[in-house]
Design a protein around this ligand. Sequence first.
Ligand code: FMN
Length: 181
Amino acid sequence: MSEPILVMGICGSYDLDSANGRLLEMFMEHCEALGAKTVVWDHGAKPLPLVGAEGSWDDETVKEFQEKATSADAFVLSSPEYHGTMSGVMKNSLDWLYSKHTSGKVFSLMSTLGGKTSNNTLNHMRIAARWIHGWVIPEQIAVPNVKSAFDDDGELVSEELRERMVAMAKSLVEGTQKLRG
Ligand SMILES: Cc1cc2nc3c(=O)[nH]c(=O)nc-3n(C[C@H](O)[C@H](O)[C@H](O)COP(=O)(O)O)c2cc1C
C-alpha cells in the first residue's frame, strides 16, 4: 500500500482559535477519515516575518514553513475576507512559497465572511495558487455571516456547507492520490 498523502493547512487568521482555524480542524478530520495525514501551520506559535523584512530571507521559521510545504502533497487554504480579499496573513504566507515547494500539488480553498457570501477571497487565492503552479480543485467553501455560522458545539449550522466540506475533502484526497499515481 502506498504512503498516506500529507495535507498541509494554512490559516489566514493568526490564531487557530478562530473561525478559519475551526474550519481547518473540521476539514482535516474529513481528510484523516479518508486516510490522509495532516498538519496545520500555527501562525500564533510560529509567526512568519513579512517577506523582505530585515533578516527574513534567512529566517529559520520561514525555512521550517517551506520545508513543511515541500513535504506536503496537498494544501488547504482558509482565509477570512478582509476588504474584499484574502487576509494579509494568508497573502504573506503564500508569498513565502514558490513553485519549487508547491508545483504540481493539489490545493483546496475556504473562506469566511462577516457579511454576505462572496467568491472574491476564493478567486484571489485561486490566482495566487496558480502562480505557484498549484492545481486548485473546483470544490470550494465560503462561509457567510460567520458570527452565526457555528453552533455551540463548533459545528457548521448549515447542512449544505457541512456536505460541501465532506465533498471537498474527498476531491482533494482522491485528486492528490490520482496525481501521485
Ligand atoms: C480588517 C477587516 C476587514 C474585513 N473585511 C470584510 C469584508 O470585506 N467582507 C466581509 O464580509 N467581512 C469582512 N470582515 C469580517 C471578517 O471576514 C470576519 O471577522 C472573519 O471572517 C472571521 O474569521 P476569523 O474568526 O477566522 O478571524 C473584515 C474584518 C476585518 C478585521
